[in-house]
Ligand binder design. Structure first.
Ligand SMILES: Nc1nc2c(c(=O)[nH]1)N[C@H]1C(S)=C(S)[C@@H](COP(=O)(O)OP(=O)(O)OC[C@H]3O[C@@H](n4cnc5c(N)ncnc54)[C@H](O)[C@@H]3O)O[C@H]1N2
Ligand code: MOO
Length: 423
Protein backbone atom coordinates (compact mmCIF):
# COMPACT_ATOMS: atom_id res chain seq x y z
CA UNK A 1 0.00 0.00 0.00
CA UNK A 2 1.42 3.37 -0.90
CA UNK A 3 0.76 6.57 1.02
CA UNK A 4 0.54 9.85 -0.86
CA UNK A 5 2.73 12.59 0.48
CA UNK A 6 0.80 15.82 0.91
CA UNK A 7 2.14 18.65 -1.27
CA UNK A 8 3.68 21.57 0.53
CA UNK A 9 2.04 24.10 -1.74
CA UNK A 10 2.06 26.70 0.99
CA UNK A 11 5.70 27.37 1.79
CA UNK A 12 4.64 28.72 5.17
CA UNK A 13 3.17 25.41 6.26
CA UNK A 14 6.59 23.79 6.55
CA UNK A 15 7.35 25.06 9.98
CA UNK A 16 9.77 22.61 11.60
CA UNK A 17 12.64 24.06 13.65
CA UNK A 18 11.62 27.63 13.07
CA UNK A 19 12.95 30.33 15.36
CA UNK A 20 10.25 32.31 17.10
CA UNK A 21 10.18 36.09 16.61
CA UNK A 22 11.10 36.74 20.26
CA UNK A 23 13.99 34.28 20.01
CA UNK A 24 15.42 36.10 16.97
CA UNK A 25 15.33 39.42 18.84
CA UNK A 26 16.88 37.78 21.89
CA UNK A 27 19.70 36.30 19.77
CA UNK A 28 20.38 39.70 18.16
CA UNK A 29 20.41 41.25 21.63
CA UNK A 30 22.80 38.66 23.06
CA UNK A 31 25.19 38.35 20.14
CA UNK A 32 25.78 41.94 19.02
CA UNK A 33 27.59 44.81 20.70
CA UNK A 34 28.75 48.34 20.08
CA UNK A 35 31.21 48.35 17.14
CA UNK A 36 31.78 52.03 16.37
CA UNK A 37 34.21 54.44 18.04
CA UNK A 38 33.38 57.92 19.32
CA UNK A 39 34.09 61.29 17.73
CA UNK A 40 33.72 64.81 19.09
CA UNK A 41 31.62 67.10 16.89
CA UNK A 42 29.86 70.44 16.98
CA UNK A 43 26.30 70.59 18.32
CA UNK A 44 25.30 71.64 14.77
CA UNK A 45 26.27 68.17 13.55
CA UNK A 46 24.64 66.25 16.39
CA UNK A 47 20.99 66.01 15.29
CA UNK A 48 19.89 62.40 14.74
CA UNK A 49 23.18 61.00 16.08
CA UNK A 50 23.79 58.78 19.11
CA UNK A 51 25.41 60.54 22.03
CA UNK A 52 28.44 58.80 23.54
CA UNK A 53 28.53 60.56 26.92
CA UNK A 54 26.32 61.24 29.90
CA UNK A 55 25.52 64.95 30.19
CA UNK A 56 25.32 66.65 33.59
CA UNK A 57 23.82 70.14 33.88
CA UNK A 58 26.70 72.40 35.07
CA UNK A 59 24.37 75.08 36.47
CA UNK A 60 20.71 75.82 37.02
CA UNK A 61 18.54 76.58 33.97
CA UNK A 62 17.26 79.26 34.25
CA UNK A 63 20.24 80.51 36.22
CA UNK A 64 18.25 83.06 38.25
CA UNK A 65 14.60 83.79 39.02
CA UNK A 66 13.24 85.76 36.04
CA UNK A 67 10.00 87.11 34.69
CA UNK A 68 7.80 85.18 32.27
CA UNK A 69 6.03 88.34 31.03
CA UNK A 70 6.56 91.99 30.22
CA UNK A 71 5.13 93.97 33.15
CA UNK A 72 5.82 95.10 36.71
CA UNK A 73 7.68 93.12 39.40
CA UNK A 74 7.11 93.61 43.13
CA UNK A 75 6.96 91.91 46.50
CA UNK A 76 3.54 90.37 47.10
CA UNK A 77 3.56 91.64 50.70
CA UNK A 78 3.92 95.26 49.43
CA UNK A 79 1.20 94.66 46.83
CA UNK A 80 -1.18 93.75 49.65
CA UNK A 81 -0.12 96.42 52.16
CA UNK A 82 0.00 99.28 49.59
CA UNK A 83 -3.35 98.11 48.08
CA UNK A 84 -1.82 97.62 44.66
CA UNK A 85 -0.40 101.18 44.34
CA UNK A 86 3.37 101.01 43.89
CA UNK A 87 6.00 103.59 42.92
CA UNK A 88 8.17 102.85 39.87
CA UNK A 89 11.69 102.24 41.29
CA UNK A 90 13.70 100.53 38.52
CA UNK A 91 13.75 99.31 34.94
CA UNK A 92 15.18 95.87 34.19
CA UNK A 93 15.65 94.54 30.65
CA UNK A 94 16.42 91.01 29.52
CA UNK A 95 20.19 90.54 29.53
CA UNK A 96 20.87 93.05 32.36
CA UNK A 97 23.22 91.34 34.77
CA UNK A 98 23.05 93.65 37.80
CA UNK A 99 20.84 92.69 40.74
CA UNK A 100 18.19 95.26 41.62
CA UNK A 101 16.86 95.75 45.17
CA UNK A 102 13.51 97.55 45.49
CA UNK A 103 12.65 99.94 48.29
CA UNK A 104 9.48 99.50 50.37
CA UNK A 105 6.38 100.16 48.22
CA UNK A 106 8.28 100.08 44.91
CA UNK A 107 7.89 98.01 41.77
CA UNK A 108 10.18 97.56 38.75
CA UNK A 109 9.31 97.84 35.07
CA UNK A 110 10.54 94.49 33.77
CA UNK A 111 10.72 92.64 30.44
CA UNK A 112 10.30 88.91 29.70
CA UNK A 113 13.41 86.95 30.64
CA UNK A 114 14.92 89.71 32.83
CA UNK A 115 16.32 88.88 36.29
CA UNK A 116 13.80 89.49 39.09
CA UNK A 117 14.65 92.16 41.69
CA UNK A 118 16.18 90.50 44.78
CA UNK A 119 13.19 91.26 47.01
CA UNK A 120 10.39 90.67 44.48
CA UNK A 121 8.71 87.40 43.52
CA UNK A 122 5.50 88.45 41.72
CA UNK A 123 4.92 90.05 38.29
CA UNK A 124 1.81 91.73 36.89
CA UNK A 125 1.36 91.69 33.11
CA UNK A 126 1.64 95.12 31.49
CA UNK A 127 -1.89 94.66 30.09
CA UNK A 128 -3.26 94.77 33.66
CA UNK A 129 -1.89 98.01 35.12
CA UNK A 130 -3.20 101.57 35.38
CA UNK A 131 -1.51 104.87 36.29
CA UNK A 132 -2.95 106.64 39.36
CA UNK A 133 -3.47 110.40 39.59
CA UNK A 134 -0.33 110.71 41.71
CA UNK A 135 1.72 108.83 39.07
CA UNK A 136 1.87 105.41 40.77
CA UNK A 137 1.46 102.06 39.09
CA UNK A 138 -1.84 100.47 40.13
CA UNK A 139 -2.22 96.69 39.91
CA UNK A 140 -5.77 95.44 40.58
CA UNK A 141 -6.16 92.86 43.39
CA UNK A 142 -6.19 89.11 42.79
CA UNK A 143 -2.61 88.32 41.75
CA UNK A 144 -1.20 85.27 43.55
CA UNK A 145 2.18 85.23 45.29
CA UNK A 146 4.82 84.23 42.71
CA UNK A 147 2.60 84.95 39.67
CA UNK A 148 4.46 85.11 36.32
CA UNK A 149 7.84 84.46 37.93
CA UNK A 150 10.08 81.60 36.65
CA UNK A 151 12.21 80.11 39.43
CA UNK A 152 15.94 79.43 39.12
CA UNK A 153 16.51 75.76 38.19
CA UNK A 154 12.85 75.10 37.38
CA UNK A 155 13.84 73.70 33.96
CA UNK A 156 17.10 71.96 34.97
CA UNK A 157 18.73 71.68 38.38
CA UNK A 158 22.53 71.93 38.46
CA UNK A 159 24.26 68.50 38.66
CA UNK A 160 21.30 66.50 37.31
CA UNK A 161 22.00 64.04 34.50
CA UNK A 162 19.93 65.34 31.60
CA UNK A 163 20.94 62.96 28.81
CA UNK A 164 22.46 59.49 29.06
CA UNK A 165 24.98 58.03 26.66
CA UNK A 166 23.41 55.93 23.86
CA UNK A 167 20.40 58.23 23.52
CA UNK A 168 19.35 59.43 20.08
CA UNK A 169 19.63 63.21 19.79
CA UNK A 170 16.21 64.61 18.92
CA UNK A 171 15.54 68.33 18.34
CA UNK A 172 14.42 68.63 22.00
CA UNK A 173 17.66 67.04 23.23
CA UNK A 174 19.65 69.37 20.96
CA UNK A 175 17.75 72.25 22.69
CA UNK A 176 18.70 70.81 26.09
CA UNK A 177 22.40 70.59 25.17
CA UNK A 178 22.31 74.12 23.78
CA UNK A 179 20.57 75.41 26.93
CA UNK A 180 23.53 74.33 29.06
CA UNK A 181 26.08 75.71 26.62
CA UNK A 182 27.48 72.47 25.16
CA UNK A 183 29.04 73.41 21.83
CA UNK A 184 31.00 70.15 21.35
CA UNK A 185 29.47 66.71 21.91
CA UNK A 186 30.96 63.23 22.00
CA UNK A 187 29.01 61.13 19.49
CA UNK A 188 29.10 57.57 18.25
CA UNK A 189 30.63 57.47 14.77
CA UNK A 190 28.20 56.69 11.98
CA UNK A 191 27.54 53.02 11.34
CA UNK A 192 28.82 52.11 7.87
CA UNK A 193 26.18 50.07 6.06
CA UNK A 194 26.52 48.48 2.60
CA UNK A 195 23.40 47.48 0.71
CA UNK A 196 23.26 45.18 -2.32
CA UNK A 197 20.74 43.14 -4.26
CA UNK A 198 21.35 39.76 -5.84
CA UNK A 199 19.75 37.90 -8.71
CA UNK A 200 20.29 37.42 -12.45
CA UNK A 201 16.74 38.65 -12.98
CA UNK A 202 17.22 41.93 -11.11
CA UNK A 203 17.57 45.17 -13.10
CA UNK A 204 18.45 48.64 -11.95
CA UNK A 205 15.71 51.21 -12.65
CA UNK A 206 18.09 52.91 -15.10
CA UNK A 207 18.31 49.80 -17.32
CA UNK A 208 15.95 48.98 -20.20
CA UNK A 209 13.31 46.39 -19.36
CA UNK A 210 13.21 42.92 -20.92
CA UNK A 211 11.08 39.80 -20.35
CA UNK A 212 12.09 37.65 -17.38
CA UNK A 213 13.61 40.61 -15.54
CA UNK A 214 12.42 42.43 -12.44
CA UNK A 215 13.32 45.94 -11.43
CA UNK A 216 15.21 46.17 -8.16
CA UNK A 217 12.76 47.40 -5.54
CA UNK A 218 14.62 46.24 -2.44
CA UNK A 219 17.84 48.24 -2.64
CA UNK A 220 16.14 51.64 -3.12
CA UNK A 221 13.55 50.68 -0.48
CA UNK A 222 16.21 49.65 2.06
CA UNK A 223 18.28 52.77 1.37
CA UNK A 224 15.21 54.95 1.99
CA UNK A 225 14.12 52.96 5.04
CA UNK A 226 17.48 53.10 6.79
CA UNK A 227 18.60 56.59 5.76
CA UNK A 228 19.40 58.50 8.94
CA UNK A 229 22.12 60.75 10.35
CA UNK A 230 23.38 57.82 12.48
CA UNK A 231 24.45 55.75 9.45
CA UNK A 232 26.22 56.09 6.13
CA UNK A 233 24.96 53.91 3.33
CA UNK A 234 27.05 52.57 0.45
CA UNK A 235 25.07 51.35 -2.52
CA UNK A 236 26.88 48.29 -3.88
CA UNK A 237 24.41 47.76 -6.72
CA UNK A 238 23.16 44.44 -8.05
CA UNK A 239 25.18 41.22 -8.09
CA UNK A 240 24.50 38.28 -10.42
CA UNK A 241 23.77 34.78 -9.08
CA UNK A 242 27.45 33.96 -9.27
CA UNK A 243 29.31 32.72 -6.23
CA UNK A 244 32.69 34.16 -7.25
CA UNK A 245 31.26 37.63 -7.93
CA UNK A 246 29.29 37.66 -4.66
CA UNK A 247 32.33 36.41 -2.72
CA UNK A 248 34.57 39.15 -4.11
CA UNK A 249 32.03 41.93 -3.42
CA UNK A 250 31.28 40.71 0.10
CA UNK A 251 34.96 40.29 0.98
CA UNK A 252 35.71 43.85 -0.17
CA UNK A 253 32.64 45.36 1.51
CA UNK A 254 33.44 43.68 4.84
CA UNK A 255 36.76 45.55 4.99
CA UNK A 256 35.23 48.99 5.35
CA UNK A 257 31.67 48.44 6.58
CA UNK A 258 30.12 47.48 9.90
CA UNK A 259 27.02 45.92 8.38
CA UNK A 260 26.23 44.43 4.96
CA UNK A 261 22.60 44.00 3.96
CA UNK A 262 21.80 41.78 1.03
CA UNK A 263 18.46 40.81 -0.42
CA UNK A 264 17.58 37.77 -2.48
CA UNK A 265 19.28 34.40 -2.67
CA UNK A 266 18.62 33.86 1.05
CA UNK A 267 16.99 30.46 0.71
CA UNK A 268 18.40 27.19 -0.54
CA UNK A 269 17.60 27.23 -4.29
CA UNK A 270 20.39 26.17 -6.71
CA UNK A 271 21.00 29.83 -7.51
CA UNK A 272 20.93 30.95 -3.86
CA UNK A 273 24.64 31.46 -3.15
CA UNK A 274 24.55 33.65 -0.06
CA UNK A 275 24.82 30.73 2.33
CA UNK A 276 27.99 29.32 0.70
CA UNK A 277 29.58 32.73 0.37
CA UNK A 278 29.04 33.51 4.03
CA UNK A 279 30.20 30.06 5.14
CA UNK A 280 33.42 30.46 3.13
CA UNK A 281 34.17 34.03 4.24
CA UNK A 282 33.05 33.89 7.84
CA UNK A 283 30.29 32.52 10.01
CA UNK A 284 26.68 32.18 9.05
CA UNK A 285 23.33 31.08 10.36
CA UNK A 286 20.35 30.54 8.13
CA UNK A 287 17.35 31.35 10.13
CA UNK A 288 14.01 29.92 9.26
CA UNK A 289 11.88 32.32 11.23
CA UNK A 290 8.37 31.46 12.38
CA UNK A 291 6.85 34.62 10.95
CA UNK A 292 4.84 35.52 7.89
CA UNK A 293 6.06 37.11 5.69
CA UNK A 294 9.83 37.00 5.98
CA UNK A 295 10.64 33.39 6.66
CA UNK A 296 14.24 32.88 5.42
CA UNK A 297 16.81 35.31 6.76
CA UNK A 298 20.55 34.89 6.93
CA UNK A 299 22.63 36.26 9.70
CA UNK A 300 26.39 36.07 9.89
CA UNK A 301 29.70 37.77 10.17
CA UNK A 302 32.80 38.35 8.04
CA UNK A 303 35.52 39.28 10.54
CA UNK A 304 33.96 42.22 12.43
CA UNK A 305 31.36 42.99 9.80
CA UNK A 306 27.83 41.75 10.46
CA UNK A 307 25.89 40.41 7.48
CA UNK A 308 22.11 40.21 7.26
CA UNK A 309 20.72 38.39 4.22
CA UNK A 310 17.14 39.51 3.70
CA UNK A 311 14.63 37.50 1.68
CA UNK A 312 14.15 38.57 -1.95
CA UNK A 313 10.41 39.16 -1.94
CA UNK A 314 10.05 42.93 -1.33
CA UNK A 315 7.36 42.64 1.36
CA UNK A 316 9.38 40.03 3.27
CA UNK A 317 12.49 42.19 2.87
CA UNK A 318 10.79 45.29 4.27
CA UNK A 319 9.10 43.44 7.12
CA UNK A 320 12.42 41.81 8.15
CA UNK A 321 14.22 45.15 7.89
CA UNK A 322 11.68 46.74 10.25
CA UNK A 323 11.60 43.82 12.67
CA UNK A 324 15.28 42.81 12.73
CA UNK A 325 17.60 45.21 10.87
CA UNK A 326 16.62 48.17 13.05
CA UNK A 327 17.49 46.19 16.21
CA UNK A 328 20.80 45.10 14.62
CA UNK A 329 21.63 48.75 13.87
CA UNK A 330 20.65 49.77 17.42
CA UNK A 331 22.91 47.11 18.98
CA UNK A 332 25.89 47.95 16.73
CA UNK A 333 25.53 51.60 17.82
CA UNK A 334 25.39 50.55 21.47
CA UNK A 335 21.69 51.30 21.96
CA UNK A 336 19.18 49.03 23.65
CA UNK A 337 16.69 47.24 21.40
CA UNK A 338 13.35 48.94 21.76
CA UNK A 339 9.95 47.32 21.86
CA UNK A 340 7.93 48.99 19.06
CA UNK A 341 4.86 50.58 20.63
CA UNK A 342 1.65 49.41 18.99
CA UNK A 343 -1.91 50.46 19.71
CA UNK A 344 -4.81 48.17 20.42
CA UNK A 345 -7.71 48.70 18.00
CA UNK A 346 -10.69 46.74 16.70
CA UNK A 347 -10.07 44.63 13.59
CA UNK A 348 -12.12 45.47 10.50
CA UNK A 349 -11.37 42.02 9.06
CA UNK A 350 -11.56 38.32 9.71
CA UNK A 351 -8.73 35.85 9.38
CA UNK A 352 -8.27 32.17 10.02
CA UNK A 353 -4.58 31.52 10.55
CA UNK A 354 -3.50 28.31 8.85
CA UNK A 355 -1.00 27.70 11.60
CA UNK A 356 -0.44 28.71 15.14
CA UNK A 357 3.24 28.82 16.22
CA UNK A 358 4.08 31.59 13.80
CA UNK A 359 3.60 35.31 14.17
CA UNK A 360 1.94 37.11 11.30
CA UNK A 361 2.46 40.70 10.25
CA UNK A 362 -0.37 41.99 8.06
CA UNK A 363 0.00 45.17 6.07
CA UNK A 364 -2.61 47.60 7.27
CA UNK A 365 -3.75 51.05 8.19
CA UNK A 366 -6.08 52.80 10.62
CA UNK A 367 -9.44 54.22 9.68
CA UNK A 368 -12.53 55.61 11.42
CA UNK A 369 -15.74 53.55 11.31
CA UNK A 370 -19.22 55.09 11.03
CA UNK A 371 -19.33 55.60 14.83
CA UNK A 372 -16.04 57.48 14.89
CA UNK A 373 -14.09 54.55 16.39
CA UNK A 374 -10.60 53.75 15.12
CA UNK A 375 -10.37 50.40 13.35
CA UNK A 376 -7.49 48.45 11.78
CA UNK A 377 -7.94 47.65 8.10
CA UNK A 378 -5.92 44.90 6.43
CA UNK A 379 -4.68 44.95 2.82
CA UNK A 380 -6.87 42.32 1.17
CA UNK A 381 -4.08 40.14 -0.28
CA UNK A 382 -1.11 38.55 1.46
CA UNK A 383 1.40 37.85 -1.38
CA UNK A 384 4.96 38.65 -0.40
CA UNK A 385 5.73 40.24 -3.78
CA UNK A 386 2.85 42.74 -3.67
CA UNK A 387 4.39 46.16 -3.18
CA UNK A 388 0.91 47.67 -3.55
CA UNK A 389 0.02 46.43 -0.06
CA UNK A 390 3.18 47.98 1.35
CA UNK A 391 2.40 51.27 -0.34
CA UNK A 392 -1.11 51.43 1.09
CA UNK A 393 -0.06 50.37 4.58
CA UNK A 394 0.99 52.75 7.31
CA UNK A 395 2.02 49.94 9.64
CA UNK A 396 1.84 46.25 10.48
CA UNK A 397 -0.96 44.45 12.28
CA UNK A 398 0.74 41.93 14.55
CA UNK A 399 -1.01 38.60 15.13
CA UNK A 400 0.75 36.62 17.88
CA UNK A 401 1.65 32.94 17.55
CA UNK A 402 -1.08 31.57 19.83
CA UNK A 403 -3.97 33.38 18.06
CA UNK A 404 -5.51 31.26 15.28
CA UNK A 405 -8.61 33.27 14.47
CA UNK A 406 -9.49 36.95 14.35
CA UNK A 407 -13.13 37.96 14.11
CA UNK A 408 -14.31 41.38 13.04
CA UNK A 409 -14.28 43.60 16.14
CA UNK A 410 -11.54 41.63 18.00
CA UNK A 411 -8.76 43.78 19.42
CA UNK A 412 -5.52 43.62 17.41
CA UNK A 413 -2.18 45.38 17.80
CA UNK A 414 -1.37 47.91 15.07
CA UNK A 415 2.26 49.02 14.98
CA UNK A 416 2.87 52.14 12.83
CA UNK A 417 5.98 51.84 10.64
CA UNK A 418 7.68 54.76 12.42
CA UNK A 419 7.48 52.86 15.74
CA UNK A 420 10.06 50.34 14.52
CA UNK A 421 12.81 52.94 14.01
CA UNK A 422 15.48 53.12 16.71
CA UNK A 423 14.67 56.11 18.92
N1 LIG B 1 10.48 25.79 -2.88
C1 LIG B 1 10.45 26.87 -2.13
N2 LIG B 1 10.56 28.07 -2.71
C2 LIG B 1 10.51 29.19 -1.97
C3 LIG B 1 10.34 29.06 -0.57
C4 LIG B 1 10.26 27.77 0.01
O1 LIG B 1 10.13 27.60 1.23
N3 LIG B 1 10.33 26.72 -0.82
N4 LIG B 1 10.25 30.23 0.17
C5 LIG B 1 9.76 31.41 -0.51
C6 LIG B 1 9.87 32.57 0.33
S1 LIG B 1 8.77 32.68 1.64
C7 LIG B 1 10.75 33.56 0.07
S2 LIG B 1 10.75 35.04 1.00
C8 LIG B 1 11.72 33.49 -1.01
C9 LIG B 1 13.07 33.81 -0.44
O2 LIG B 1 13.97 33.48 -1.32
P1 LIG B 1 15.30 34.29 -1.62
O3 LIG B 1 15.67 35.20 -0.53
O4 LIG B 1 16.28 33.27 -2.02
O5 LIG B 1 14.86 35.26 -2.79
P2 LIG B 1 14.95 35.05 -4.34
O6 LIG B 1 14.63 33.66 -4.69
O7 LIG B 1 16.20 35.63 -4.81
O8 LIG B 1 13.75 36.01 -4.74
C10 LIG B 1 12.43 35.79 -4.34
C11 LIG B 1 11.51 36.69 -5.20
O9 LIG B 1 11.78 38.03 -4.95
C12 LIG B 1 12.17 38.72 -6.15
N5 LIG B 1 13.24 39.65 -5.82
C13 LIG B 1 14.46 39.32 -5.37
N6 LIG B 1 15.20 40.43 -5.19
C14 LIG B 1 14.43 41.47 -5.55
C15 LIG B 1 14.64 42.86 -5.60
N7 LIG B 1 15.82 43.39 -5.24
N8 LIG B 1 13.63 43.66 -6.01
C16 LIG B 1 12.43 43.12 -6.39
N9 LIG B 1 12.17 41.80 -6.35
C17 LIG B 1 13.16 40.97 -5.95
C18 LIG B 1 12.67 37.63 -7.05
O10 LIG B 1 12.63 37.98 -8.40
C19 LIG B 1 11.73 36.48 -6.69
O11 LIG B 1 10.50 36.63 -7.35
O12 LIG B 1 11.74 32.21 -1.58
C20 LIG B 1 10.46 31.66 -1.84
N10 LIG B 1 10.61 30.43 -2.57
O1 MOO C 1 9.31 34.77 3.66
MO1 MOO C 1 8.81 34.93 2.04
O2 MOO C 1 8.18 35.70 3.31
O3 MOO C 1 7.50 35.83 2.27
O4 MOO C 1 7.89 35.64 0.71
Amino acid sequence: MSTTRQLLDDCFLHDKDRMKHAEVLDTIDRSLNLVVNDEELSLDDAYGRIIAQDVIAPRNVPYTDNTAVDGYAFSHADYISYEGKLALGALIAAGDSHEVTLKKGECARIFTGAIMPQNAETVAMQEDYEITEDGKIFIPSGLKLGANCRKAGEDLKAETCVINQAELLTPAKIATLASIGMAQIKLRKKLRIAILSTGNEILDASQPFSAGKVYDANRPMLKALLASPMVTISDLGILPDNEAAITQAMRDAAQNHDLILTSGGASRGDEDHMLNVLSNLGKRHLWQIAIKPGRPMMFGQINNCVVVGLPGNPVASMVCANLYVYPVIAKLLGMPIKQPQGISVAADFEINKKKTDRREFLRGWLQEDENGNTIAVKFDRDGSGLITGLRKATGLIEIPEEVNKINKGDRVCFVPFHAFKPS
